[in-house]
Design a protein around this ligand. Structure first.
Ligand code: UD1
Ligand code: CA
Length: 482
């Protein structure tokens, strides 16, 4: 166990986030497949704290229920009124008996780009320097809205933090800002929190006041400047939400590219934190890789595809496709313009072609559904070909039924398979058939009306029409030829 291991991490997530102008609490907004607070909790876990407490308040039930799905070991503490970040930390410590020995890390639930590595570096600096408090700061191009770090002009030591709304013009010109992330000595923090006031423009208890309180009491106050200011971007509105998404997405794509994935156009590609991949996968422009999607070696996805919780096998090709909860076998081809719904399982070297929709359907090895078809609730064997424009009629208006088709079948174009129905191995079916009865192996099934030609019908019923004239001309030509 590392000596930098904090006693506790307190995540502040009780605010409403009014500047988001949203029904959804701010910390539940998502980027890259995870909520804002989910990102912060995940980074905090990398510190391996003894306790992880999230302070909730606004929409506490909703946020608490979400947090239980993110991390089952964390605890929540309820802040009934959002009286400021200092009050929030006091509430958080309250869940731990009011005070703890050792380091307490405080992070805000709205800084999703913060990495575990940066948090570890902060904890290490804090311990090595023997500080009472260490604040993570950054130099930013635009410090509007952030608390400014005020330093002693003589020795550069941090003397305090002034919130934007309380700052003088000279202080507003300061570009070094408070990230909202701190490492504290737990005992000194609890003590100082008892002494902060509300004498500021917002009438709130500012956590940031703890710095000047501790400094004035003669304790060591340190600052750790983040290497990359983009990591501490705090989300207060939807413009910042989009910027954070762009930055995190680029970070995730760079990780994929470093691991050997070709991303043709990072600017038009979206990838979630939970996506995995193997080398030499290629992602074409306009593609979204979501959830637990996995790209196998040499697979190729896109352009313009959205894959959610979908496994793409080695060497598979997926073009202009929407897939959710699908498994695509090695060397399979999908699209262009396919829709794979949950439970679509494509075997190795199989095909779901153009305007093909699959749902809860297992397609065997080498089997092809090339054109304009719906295959729902079905099992198809190996090396079968399904004719163009076929529909697996799975729904009788009340219940869904299953269709089974064997291996090495050749079903005709425009077939309806009215489930429940079973077609044996090696079967052929005639084009335009409506298959309502089981077909034994090796048969040809024909299920359609017999064709009848009523000669001379157009001349009798549509005399003088264009059709009649064309027919007349064709007939006399025919006679002339003979
Ligand atoms: C805060 C800091 C500011 C810093 C900025 C970094 C203070 C007073 N200000 O400002 O110095 O530059 O973060 O992003 O600390 N929260 C609670 N309970 C409350 C109030 C807030 O849980 O009573 C939570 C919010 O949900 C949010 C976080 O604390 O996750 C920060 O609150 P926010 O209102 O966003 O503070 P900022 O104005 O951004
Ligand atoms: Ca904020």
């Amino acid at each position: 166990m590392s000596s930098d291991r904090p006693a506790a991490v307190v995540v502040l997530a009780a605010g409403e986030g009014t500047r988001m102008k949203s029904k959804t609490p701010k910390v539940l907004h998502e980027i890259s497949g995870r909520s804002l607070v989910g990102h912060v909790v995940t980074a905090s876990r990398e510190l391996d704290p003894e306790h992880l407490v999230v302070v909730v308040g606004h929409a506490a039930e909703q946020v608490g229920a979400h947090l239980a799905t993110v991390d089952e070991r964390l605890r929540t503490a309820h802040q009934p009124e959002q009286k400021g970040t200092g009050n929030a930390v006091r509430v958080g410590l309250g869940a731990l008996g009011g005070s703890v020995d050792g380091t307490v890390i405080v992070v805000c639930g709205d800084t999703p780009l913060l990495s575990g590595g940066t948090l570890r570096a902060l904890a290490a600096t804090h311990t090595a320097d023997g500080n009472a408090v260490t604040v993570l700061t950054a130099e930013v191009p635009d410090s509007t809205g952030y608390g400014r770090i005020v330093r002693d002009p003589a020795d550069g030591a941090v003397t305090g933090i002034v919130e934007h709304k309380d700052a003088t013009d000279a202080q507003r010109a300061i570009r070094e800002i408070n990230s909202g992330v701190f490492a504290f000595d737990g005992r000194l923090l609890a003590d100082a929190l008892g002494r902060i006031g509300t004498d500021n423009s917002q009438g709130e208890e500012y956590l940031t006041d703890v710095l000047s309180i501790l400094r004035e009491a003669g304790h060591r106050v340190g600052a750790s400047v983040a290497d990359d200011h983009r990591e501490i971007l705090g989300i207060n509105n939807r413009v910042q939400l989009a910027e954070a998404r762009r930055l995190l997405n680029l970070r995730l794509l760079e990780r994929a590219m470093t691991a050997g994935v070709t991303v043709v156009d990072p600017a038009s590609t979206l990838i979630d934190v939970t996506v995995t991949y193997e080398r030499d996968a290629v992602v074409h422009p306009g593609t979204q890789l979501l959830g637990t999607t996995h790209l196998g070696e040499d697979s190729e996805v896109g352009p313009n595809s959205r894959l959610k919780d979908t496994a793409v096998g080695a060497g598979a090709r997926v073009d202009n496709t929407v897939a959710d909860g699908a498994e695509i076998g090695a060397g399979a081809t999908v699209g262009p313009y396919a829709y794979l719904r949950p439970g679509a399982r494509l075997g190795a070297k199989s095909k779901a072609g153009t305007y093909v929709e699959l749902k809860n359907a297992t397609i065997g090895e080498g089997t092809k559904v090339p054109h304009l078809s719906y295959v729902g609730d079905a099992t198809i064997g190996d090396h079968t070909n399904i004719g163009a424009a076929s529909v697996f009629v799975n729904y009788d208006g009340e219940a869904k039924h299953h269709t089974t088709i064997g291996s090495h079948c050749r079903t005709g174009a425009d077939n309806m398979f009215v489930a429940p129905v079973t077609v044996g191995d090696g079967v052929y079916t005639a084009a335009g058939s409506v298959i309502t009865k089981d077909v034994p192996p090796g048969s040809l099934a024909v299920a359609r009306g017999q064709q009848r030609n009523i000669e001379g019908w157009v001349a009798r019923k549509r005399p003088g029409s264009g059709a009649a004239q064309a027919a007349q001309a064709a007939t006399s030509e025919h006679i002339g030829e003979s």
